[in-house]
Design a protein around this ligand. Structure first.
Ligand code: UTP
Length: 289
């Protein structure tokens, strides 16, 4: 089945990167010359997604402006023949049909996804977390869509995380299927050390079916008093199983300080315009540190 819709939850409060997020949404943090959320939208589009719902909240208007046209700026760039810049800003507003909806209270990721029900309708859909930038040769969202088409089950993108960190993530009960594919039959959000099921954790991408909305409707607040998407997905995992893709790509959690800096440094090194010069700079810096 062709998956053409994606939901990007971006209504979190971003408390781990305060005070930067007091007035600027973390999704708008620049990674070299693009805000983080643009990388995510581009990944969705490169995966065949045509319609994207971004879940926002108060104070995140900058995200809407970023995907809108900007006639004054366009006219100015045109007047001065700054065609490369003009193209770069025009293309952002043409990437996909981008829609916005506000989550009126930050009641958790599960609640944010529930807000997308009428946008999604009756089709399977992709979820790309607004603070997880993932760079892969083949877009990671596409890797998951391919697995959905093959196994006809919900899919999560996952990687193993260090044992000391898994308590801050979700933990999946998994069995190998083949190569980088596993099957998940249970999961737990932020497990205490004695409840760890494996070191595999969902990292920022999944393919869900509309049935998730009925389950979310009945899901009580879980860890941290928030409606957890993991608690709803657990129901499907236990009943039918969920396909796990140990994806091929590098994930940066820009919702934490170190992850954001890693994204900036590594993507600057890959940048066609400044990559070489930036590498020289880092090598020099290394000599004097
Ligand atoms: P996080 O837990 O990483 O985001 O949620 P957060 O709540 O902004 O983080 P901190 O702990 O305060 O720093 C994962 C994803 O779910 C979204 C976030 O925007 C992020 O993309 N989210 C989370 C919502 O859209 N709504 C919520 O109520 C919670």
């Amino acid at each position: 089945m062709k998956i053409t819709k994606a939901v990007i939850p971006a209504a979190g409060l971003g408390t781990r990167v305060l005070p930067a997020t007091k007035a600027i949404p973390k999704e708008m943090f620049p990674i070299v010359d693009k805000p983080a959320i643009q990388y995510i939208v581009e990944e969705a589009v490169a995966s065949g997604i045509t319609d994207i719902l971004i879940i926002t909240n108060r104070g995140k208007e900058a995200i809407e402006d970023h995907f809108d046209r900007c006639p004054e700026l366009e006219a100015n760039l045109q007047k001065h023949n700054k065609n490369t810049m003009l193209k770069s800003i025009e293309s952002v507003s043409r990437l996909a049909n981008v829609y916005f909806l506000r989550q009126k209270e930050a009641k958790g990721l599960g609640h944010a996804i529930k807000c997308a029900q009428s946008f999604v309708g009756k089709e399977p859909f992709a979820v790309l977390y607004g603070d997880d930038v993932i760079i892969g040769k083949k877009p990671v969202c596409r890797q998951l869509i391919d697995a959905f088409n093959e196994y006809n089950l919900c899919v999560v993108g996952a990687k193993q995380v260090p044992r000391e960190k898994i308590v801050n993530y979700g933990s999946l009960k998994v069995a190998p299927v083949r190569d980088n594919i596993l099957k998940c039959t249970d999961m737990i959000e932020k497990p205490s050390p004695d409840k760890i099921m494996s070191l595999y954790s969902i990292l920022g991408r999944c393919i869900l079916v509309p049935e998730i909305f009925d389950i979310l409707e009945k899901t009580p607040p879980g860890y941290g008093g928030e409606i957890q998407l993991t608690d709803a997905m657990k129901v499907l995992a236990k009943r039918d199983g969920i396909t796990v893709v140990d994806f091929d790509g590098k994930r940066y959690d820009i919702g934490n300080k170190l992850g954001m800096m890693q994204a900036c440094v590594e993507l600057a090194l890959l940048h066609p315009e400044i990559g070489t010069e930036f590498k020289e700079y880092l090598l020099q810096l290394n000599k004097i540190m």
